[in-house]
Design a protein. Structure first.
Length: 74
């Protein structure tokens, strides 16, 4: 019975992993493109309400595996 439960849980995990991976969109950035910076550490309702998105930045360099360098336009 334990082996049956183990195999069914593996099937469930594989199915949810496929579902979530299907929802991931690949984003390609280009040099000179204007982007907004997302601050994930900003807590909701901490003091005044603030936006989690910062001013627009310009993409300076695109590195392998999705890493990018940003430049402040000011």
């Amino acid at each position: 019975m334990k082996l049956n439960v183990y195999s069914s849980s593996n099937l469930y995990k594989e199915g949810t992993k496929k579902y979530h991976n299907k929802k991931i969109m690949e984003i390609n950035f280009h040099i000179g493109q204007s982007v907004l910076l997302f601050n994930s550490r900003l807590r909701r309702f901490h003091g005044k309400l603030k936006s989690k998105w910062s001013d627009p930045y310009i993409v300076k360099k695109v590195k392998p595996y999705g890493a990018i360098e940003l430049e402040d336009p000011i």
